[in-house]
Design a binder for this molecule. Structure first.
Ligand code: FE2
Ligand code: FE2
Length: 203
């Protein structure tokens, strides 16, 4: 009766030994890989083949943030009308937040071994969002809302693409996305009042 129990014990002890040996080998590989390509810094062998695509998408996100920062600045200084002061203040807050997003993205690009591209001549081509000046306060808010909605969808698909491949970039994008959603929400709340006012003025 005791023979099968002894057999099971022997098998599980050999399994445990195999697991320990496998873990030891994995640790050894991890340590060896960490010592190779030290110049790559935070980009280790485990990062995978996604890096060129991640860098290209981060570059587009950086250009988008810079274009949004500039558009909000322009709108801040050009806001006119009865409700202009409060809306202009909001534009300035958004502009500063887009600048911070751009800095975070540039920092991550550099960490991944890329070079953040701030070249002004190609910004609009690389940006997902557009730079529309707008004539009235309602135009400005509408264009900013469109740009935020473009950014929201871009970040969502970028996050989905990353999955669990790069949790650091994913967390960064999720933080930025939450702010873009707040921006869109604030702009959407402003729009009906401004559109009504524009209609009254043109009547
Ligand atoms: Fe942003
Ligand atoms: Fe935004």
């Amino acid at each position: 009766m005791s023979a099968p129990a002894t057999g099971r014990k022997a098998a599980s002890s050999s399994e445990a030994h195999d697991h320990a040996e496998q873990a030891r080998r994995q640790l050894q590989t991890l340590r060896t890989q960490a010592r190779e390509h030290l110049a790559d810094g935070a980009v280790t062998a485990g990062y995978g083949d996604l890096r060129p695509q991640v860098l290209a998408l981060l570059d587009a996100a950086l250009a988008t943030e810079l274009v949004c920062m500039l558009r909000y600045r322009r709108h801040h200084f050009m806001a006119r009308g009865a409700q202009a002061k409060a809306v202009a203040d909001e534009f300035l807050v958004h502009s500063a937040q887009e600048q911070r997003h751009a800095d975070w993205l540039a920092e991550r690009i550099a960490q991944l071994g890329g070079a953040p591209d701030f070249a002004p001549d190609s910004l609009l081509r690389r940006s997902h969002a557009q730079y529309v000046e707008g004539q009235t306060l309602a135009d400005m808010v509408r264009e900013d809302l469109v740009a935020e909605r473009i950014a929201i969808d871009s970040y969502r698909s970028f996050i989905a693409l990353l999955g669990n491949q790069d949790p650091t970039t994913r967390r960064l994008l999720e933080t930025i996305l939450a702010t873009e959603e707040e921006h869109a929400d604030e702009l959407a709340a402003l729009l009906p009042g401004l559109a009504g006012q524009a209609a009254l003025h043109s009547a």
